[in-house]
Design a protein around this ligand. Sequence first.
Ligand SMILES: *Cc1c(COP(=O)(O)O)cnc(C)c1O
Length: 217
Amino acid sequence: MSLQDIKTRLAKACADAGRDPSEVALIAVSKVQPLERVEAVLAEGHRLFGENRVQEAAGKWPEFQKKYPDAKVHLIGPLQTNKARQAMELFGAIHTVDRPKLAHTLARLADELGHCPDLFVQVNTGEEPQKAGVTPAEADALVAECRALGLPLVGLMCIPPVEETPALHFALLQKIAARNGLKGLSMGMSDDFDQAVAFGATHVRVGSAIFGARVPG
Ligand SMILES: *Cc1c(COP(=O)(O)O)cnc(C)c1O
């Protein structure tokens, strides 16, 4: 696959769902990819990327942004509070707000820095013990807490369990977002972003289908 193939697939998914393609942002997930693959996608004109580690993103994006100043990066992996300041400086959005303590830290830093990236609350829709995110039952409370803190909360994010039908999880996330009056839905990856679009995804996170299999180490 390639960036063009994925854009075509995304346009078709939008058409099938009766949605305007401008409502769905394609996040090219560049974690662990060789720099030349990332550079090639930048050279093709793509400007929105996703990374799951603060340290890794800090090691490559400030350099890329010298050449491509309009390139934006979103954090899609877990965030430790001691990396929150660095994350707020690097990322245009943070998709992984998953606990009150992190929300409080982000709010304090937002006051200090005078800006805050767009935020998504991560919901562990499959209630998997090894996965980050609040449970569906805890989601409304964390949304309310973010709002009480004045944070720019734009939506919800989920990573469905690998062995389950993703559509059930996309539908659940859509329901939780709707009852909280949130429009943003960060869901769908290489294998299932078409389905996510049908359930209202506004941000699909596609890695291997654009860049090829991730090369370890
Ligand atoms: C790696 C990753 C993706 C992209 O996965 P692919 O299957 O390569 O498309 C999407 N979302 C998150 C949170 C990820 O960590």
